[in-house]
Design a protein around this ligand. Structure first.
Ligand code: APR
Length: 229
């Protein structure tokens, strides 16, 4: 397989989706055994569901947190964490990149490990197997700080990601189906920026025609691509 000499590039973006955590044992959303094939997001992971039954939605996200805590970062996460020169933009909410040591991760869809109050605006980090509390100090239900279907992405996060991708010269998409917008538009943004675009995914995502396509699992492809001994 072609290897990439990172020294040839100045602004490198790694763009990850749920497939990045598949080898850690974290279920992806679509495809066999996907989260949405087992749970209806309209009942468990959207604003209407939360307003209808906040405790049910919070318990579902507590279940997802436990699933993630029973999984661990794999060599691919660690390899990325050892590449300080790259900008990491993820759709994932599992925090696996951070557990592997990555810093300054741009989390497009929020995080399982953050909650916020829609009444008083308070934000809260909570890393346990069970939530410390489901209620804000103001008494309102805490909401998972996650971008659910139908939610708008945080404007500042969207702007940061778009700016980074518009200026990149190497864009590596890893483990995303390209099914959900606006993130699905990022590969085309990288293409317009003139970046060399690589896709790592056993299945085609069909967003753009990549310069290099690697139909392998993330951890294997990353180590071979970046020639990490
Ligand atoms: N290595 C690389 N890619 C993999 C691996 C692997 N080991 N295993 C699976 N994949 C690929 C699949 O082929 C698929 O294309 O990962 C992708 C996972 O796709 P999705 O489950 O749709 O996940 P993602 O693209 O991240 O979903 C985007 O949808 O539900 C929303 O907000 C949620 O962030 C999520 C968004």
């Amino acid at each position: 397989m072609k290897q990439i000499d990172l020294s040839l590039y100045r602004r490198i973006i790694l763009f990850t989706g749920a497939g990045m955590s598949a080898e850690s044992g974290v279920p992806t959303y679509r495809g066999k055994g996907g989260v949405w094939s087992r749970y209806d997001y309209q009942e468990y992971a959207c604003q209407a569901a939360f307003e209808r039954d906040p405790e049910k939605v919070l318990r579902f996200h507590e279940l997802r947190r436990r699933t993630v805590l029973d999984c661990h970062p794999h060599d691919g996460h660690r390899l990325i964490a050892a590449m300080p020169e790259v900008c990491l933009i993820t759709q994932n909410i599992d925090g696996m990149h951070q557990r592997a040591g990555s810093r300054d991760v741009v989390e497009l869809h929020g995080s399982l490990w953050r909650l916020r109050c829609e009444r008083c605006g308070a934000g809260k980090e909570d890393f346990g197997r069970s939530y410390e509390t489901l209620r804000c100090d103001c008494g309102n239900w805490l909401r998972p700080a996650i971008v659910w279907f139908g939610d708008l992405l945080d404007e500042a996060v969207m702007h940061e990601a778009s700016e980074l991708i518009s200026a990149c010269d190497l864009f590596v998409s890893i483990g995303t189906s390209g099914a959900v917008w606006p993130a699905a538009g990022f590969p085309a943004l990288a293409r317009r920026a003139g970046a060399y675009c690589i896709e790592i995914n056993p299945e085609p995502s069909g967003t753009i025609s990549y310069d290099l396509v690697i139909r392998e699992p993330a951890s294997k492809a990353l180590s071979r691509l970046f020639d990490m001994k």
